[in-house]
Design a protein around this ligand. Structure first.
Ligand SMILES: Cc1cc2nc3c(=O)[nH]c(=O)nc-3n(C[C@H](O)[C@H](O)[C@H](O)COP(=O)(O)OP(=O)(O)OC[C@H]3O[C@@H](n4cnc5c(N)ncnc54)[C@H](O)[C@@H]3O)c2cc1C
Length: 406
């Protein structure tokens, strides 16, 4: 039966593009459809998000040729992380990559830079086609192929066929709904405000997480005397924080941060992100799979959304390469069931664990305060627990894309 390509992918975000690049490098053809215009995808606007990356993710980005395209001033590194609870001056929990040869816990890169290099690398790959301004309007699955109808302008309908359809169109995925896959959505009723701030003293590559009782503050080291600042508060308080004049906002952050880095000032706009997590009930349907946030949209507190998205890409490409080697149809239920199992194993503990942490730190009741202290003390003094968290960050035992493919 005539196919236009192996995989039709909805969404040219960081997950959809990473998948298309990995598929191209493995010898599969794909077409990526995105609603945004090409110019926006090629030069994405700053969105305030700084993405903390594990060693495993950086290995994947290197294998895809994306890491090499980032500018040196876009790559910050984290050598140590300190967690503070409530009003206490001393940190309750510290992480350092002791024993890891690089001395680095993880890296930090702006989201718009990741999007830019993903687009640049994707459009150079043979066998990869990108269609912009494309609104998917229908996904039809048949026993031997999948058909996608889309519009690039009102009344300009087109149709493509492939062996597999992949939804990578965000945590609010339209495609996921069309495939009949329900998702558990959790609205935390809180808003994360992200921005960049300059400070007088160097951060020495230390990341700080300060769990206050009203607001949570994270200060993550960027390049130079600049940090990515993340303030989480309930929705009405976040509105007030966004309305504050720049200098008052900076003073408030500085005070909650106890002037550890000296005076601070805002370097650009503050971007609000309402916190809604999503977990698809299934990661596959007939001839279709979900990757990235369309499969699992994480609460950002543990900084794992994109890292997990790259893992979903690695697991799917792995399953497809194995299927091809065994002479199987890459869109068959059996092949996709293998991907579903692998990704659920990776995603379930981190998703549910993150939500539990987010709920605990959003509560101000006395039992929750005590639970927080016990949890942090437990993690500090239980070497296996701390080692497990550090290993997750440094990515030991992390997934790699199939060697044969890259
Ligand atoms: C404040 C914040 C901080 C974060 N920090 C971290 C971190 O430190 N570490 C980490 O690992 N992750 C982090 N994340 C998560 C990370 O940003 C996401 O996991 C990642 O961007 C998801 O990529 P994606 O490609 O799945 O989806 P998206 O980035 O949402 O991209 C989806 C794409 O699909 C397109 N699209 C949407 N609908 C359609 C449609 N109907 N048809 C065609 N195209 C469509 C969109 O135009 C877009 O290009 C953070 C998130 C937030 C909000």
């Amino acid at each position: 039966m005539q196919q236009d390509c192996d995989a039709l992918i909805a969404g040219a975000g960081p997950a959809g593009l990473a998948l298309a690049i990995a598929l191209a490098d493995a010898g599969f053809t794909s077409t990526v459809l995105d609603a945004q215009p090409r110019e926006t995808l090629a030069a994405p606007a700053e969105d305030g998000r700084d993405i903390a990356l594990t060693h495993s993710s950086v290995a994947t980005l290197r294998a895809l040729g994306l890491w090499q395209r980032l500018l040196p001033e876009e790559i910050g590194c984290i050598r140590e992380a300190r967690v503070f609870d409530g009003d206490r001056q001393a940190s309750a929990l510290n992480f350092s990559p002791r024993g890891h040869r690089t001395g680095i816990l993880g890296w930090i890169v702006p989201n718009h830079a990741l999007r830019r290099v993903s687009f640049a690398a994707a459009v150079e790959r043979p066998g990869l086609r990108l269609i912009d301004r494309a609104q998917v309007i229908r996904i039809g699955t048949e026993p031997h192929r999948v058909q996608v109808d889309f519009e690039t302008a009102p009344g300009m309908q087109q149709q493509l066929h492939g062996r597999l359809f992949v939804a990578a169109d965000s945590r609010f995925s339209w495609s996921r709904k069309q495939l009949g896959i329900a998702a558990d959505m959790h609205d935390f009723g809180r808003v994360m405000i992200v921005c960049r701030m300059q400070h007088e003293r160097p951060h020495d590559d230390v990341a700080y997480e300060c769990f206050g009782y009203e607001r949570t503050l994270a200060v993550l080291p960027a390049v130079g005397n600049v940090s990515s600042v993340v303030v989480t508060a309930d929705a009405p308080a976040a509105q007030q924080l966004l309305a504050l004049p720049e200098s008052e906002f900076a003073t408030l952050v500085e005070r909650q941060f106890r002037r550890r880095l000296g005076p601070m000032r805002l370097l650009g706009p503050r971007f609000p992100y309402p916190l809604v997590a999503a977990y698809a009930r299934r990661f596959v349907a007939e001839r279709s799979a979900l990757v990235g946030d369309a499969a699992v949209g994480m609460h950002p507190v543990t900084a794992h959304g994109y890292n997990l998205g790259l893992q979903s890409v690695a697991s799917l490409v792995h399953a497809l390469c194995a299927a091809r080697a065994a002479g199987q149809d890459i869109g068959s239920a059996e092949v996709l069931a293998g991907y579903e199992r692998a990704h659920r194993r990776d995603a379930a503990p981190i998703y549910h664990g993150t939500n539990a942490v987010a709920r605990l730190y959003a509560s101000t009741g006395a039992p929750q305060r005590l639970a927080r202290q016990l949890l942090l003390r437990g993690a500090q003094y239980l070497p296996p627990l701390k080692a497990a968290i550090t290993a997750r960050l440094t990515g030991r035992g992390g997934l790699q894309l199939p060697g044969a493919a890259l």
